[in-house]
Design a protein around this ligand. Sequence first.
Ligand code: MG
Length: 334
Amino acid sequence: MRLTPEPVTLNLRTAFRIAHGVSHQRFNVFAHLDDGGQHVGIGEGAVVPYYGDTQQGLMDYIAAAADRMGADPFVIEDILDRLPPGPQAAKAAIDIALHDLVGQRLGQPLYRLFGVNPHRLPLTSFTIAMDEPAIMAQRAAESDLPIIKIKLGSDQDEAMVAAIRGVTSARLRVDANAGWTREQAAQLIPRLKQYDIEFIEQPLAADDVEGLRWLKRQNLGVPIFADESIKTSRDIAQHADAIDGVVIKLMKTGGLREALRAIHSARAHGLQIMLSCMVETSVGVTAAAHLAPLCDYADLDGPLLIANDPYRGVRFEGAQLILPDGPGLGVIPA
Ligand code: MG
């Protein structure tokens, strides 16, 4: 099999400002896996700046992994085991391309290979990045979607949530992206609760598991989900008594295979699950969407943030995700 990386520059519809920084463009990588017959699988790796990844780093990793693919895409576990340490997003690109290729060879969409019901996807949230509260409220009013995720971690957090709540009765979730100290979180969360918040993502620093545990003991009345704290299934057990739910992303787990393990591990620990994405095209997000029926919540609006998505896959009817029926991922060039 021949594995080839391809760089892609994504133009964002609006500047994306979160607690980690601001961006107008993102630089992702596609992996194309050609079986030498009539099938080519595709995968995507999203460059996540705050993990220290670069587009060139992902390109180099995929190029270097090309001679480890072998001839048989069906031994996915073996192939992934042969991959050297490196960026999770690059591994995800390879893992997704393998699954796409296998699905195409079998003539079945991935959701059938996973044994899940394609009509049971949770509604997705729509992310509103940080801006002036009035501008965020305007975006919320225009979006007309039933679930909004608000990016926080500024000195105007309560004003942002209040402004948005003032214009919508949508379900609201907030994501602090590790932007608060323990004291800020303990003070802010009860204040945010009055705006009817469904849950809070990653209030504290990624490595502050003790802080999460302390926060849970405060009984603040809003469920806490861990995102940056949990990358793979290995991280779940030690957080299980400190949080209410986990945020799973293919770019953290390194693909579908490990995402499935993380989902099962979270369930075994009695945790809720939100399936989420980075800034990803229809390739990465469609891959994730095939696992969405196994999760409680979806945050898969990546393609809606991008003005020049080169592919089409999962469709959005408002907040409802519609999986494509084609074999493998089911994505096609836009
Ligand atoms: Mg998050």
